[in-house]
Design a protein around this ligand. Structure first.
Ligand code: PLP
Length: 409
């Protein structure tokens, strides 16, 4: 295939080779040549319930037949959005309300805005610093892009947002100094429970609790970005429970609908709600045309019902144990350098000189999809419905691909 009118995200604009995915069922997808792949990445870290679930298609069709969409600005609402938010609040690690968006990037940017607003409305506009972490990924809108810790994603896009500070992802010394010197100016810390797109780095023991303690010490907010971790990926509904830390704001997307339709959101905790709700005349001036889109929310409701009905968050830990055992064998065989992960999400570090993209390509030829992160890591994040047989095939094919790339055969 040649270049097409579609300019792809996170792709080489000059690329002329595409894999056209035409169908999906469970943990499998098919291309237009009839090749079947095991989807070792749940598409892009999102398809918890597996592909092609008729329950979601039917819920979406039902909603479309009633009314496809109606906006939710000001006084309008719809049953699907209300039900979806009710379900999310019921599962959430903190009491609160849900602000709906259409993506993780919008959720993160909204959370940053709400954190700053939280202090502005209390006469503390000077309190606007957002503390991010190295290697963090928070999407591609200007807020999340400015807060993240992957410099290549910031290159060329002009001045970033003011008031963003970064600290190491695995060491708190710099954060402690920052809080000691500028604590009164910090609005919020923004952290993924497990760093995902930056390479899959679970938190060091006690790290997130310590961030919470630092925030509490100066009255700052803690925002957990659970766009990947949320909705069962780590074995609990949210990473907050997994690591026993309570955020003030929590962002989600991806697994919230398993990607059947795009929905993201910010769970807004009581502390911020009290500020927002204090003046009955106050108008919150932010939101997206499709915030609370009923058809997208109907997909979210059906997705959560499947996650609950089949206890799919409960599948993450056993899946992860099986994958880790396999990856550890590759480590013992000295085919990989490092295995990182938690729940059912992993980053496997390549040995020096082994290109993760070549490994990905060698796996594709054998019918398994995983995702290279730069040249140094292969990420795994399979749907929570993946069978043991398919998980074993993923590991087996990974080993074959690593051997092929190492020997150049
Ligand atoms: C932790 C995190 N935050 C934010 C985002 C951005 O989400 P989206 O691509 O839906 O805008 C992502 C996407 O991978 C993510 O992993």
């Amino acid at each position: 295939m040649a270049r097409t009118p579609f300019l792809h995200p996170f792709a080489k604009p000059a690329n002329e080779h595409w894999i056209t995915i035409v169908r999906g069922e469970g943990a499998h997808v098919w291309d237009d040549d009839g090749n079947r792949y095991i989807d070792g990445m749940a598409s892009l870290w999102y398809c918890q319930i597996g592909h092609g679930r008729p329950e979601v298609a039917e819920a979406v069709a039902r909603q479309m037949r009633a009314i496809e969409a109606y906006h939710t600005f000001d006084i309008f609402t719809n049953e699907a959005a209300e039900r979806f938010c009710e379900l999310v609040v019921g599962l959430a690690p903190i009491d609160g309300r849900v602000f709906l968006t259409c993506s993780g990037s919008e959720a993160v940017d909204t959370a940053i805005k709400l954190a700053r607003l939280h202090f502005h409305l209390q006469g503390q506009s000077h309190r606007n610093l957002i503390v991010g972490r190295n290697l963090a990924y928070h999407g591609t809108a200007y807020g999340g892009m400015s807060a993240q810790g992957l410099p290549l994603n910031q290159e060329g896009y002009g001045p970033l947002l003011d008031g963003m500070v970064r600290v190491p992802h695995d060491d708190l010394t710099e954060a402690e100094t920052l809080f000691a010197e500028h604590g009164e100016r910090i609005a919020a810390v923004l952290a993924e429970p497990v760093i995902g797109a930056g390479g899959v780095y679970p938190p060091e023991p006690g790290y997130l609790a310590e961030l919470r303690r630092l925030c509490d010490g100066v009255g700052a907010l803690l925002i957990l970005d659970e766009v990947i971790c949320g909705f069962g990926r780590l074995g609990s509904w949210f990473g907050a429970e997994r690591y026993d830390v309570e955020p003030d704001l929590l962002t989600f997307a991806k697994g919230a609908t398993s990607g059947y339709l795009p929905v993201g959101g910010v769970l807004v905790g009581r502390r911020t709600l009290e500020v927002l709700e204090a003046d009955p005349g106050y108008l919150l001036r932010t939101g997206f045309t499709y915030s609370g889109h009923p058809t997208a929310c109907a997909a979210g409701v059906a997705n959560i019902e499947i996650l609950q009905g089949e206890d799919l968050p409960g599948r993450a830990a056993p899946m992860g144990r099986r994958l880790r055992a396999g990856f550890d064998e590759l480590l013992a065989e000295e085919l990989v350098a490092e295995v990182r992960g938690d729940g059912a999400v992993f980053g496997v570090g390549m040995l020096d000189g082994v290109d993760a993209v070549a490994v990905r390509d060698a796996m594709l030829r054998r019918g398994v999809i995983a995702r290279p992160i730069g040249a140094t890591t292969i990420a795994w994040c399979p749907p929570l419905v993946t069978s043991d047989t398919d998980l074993d095939t993923c590991v087996e094919v990974f080993g074959e691909a690593l051997r092929e790339v190492r020997t150049g055969s």
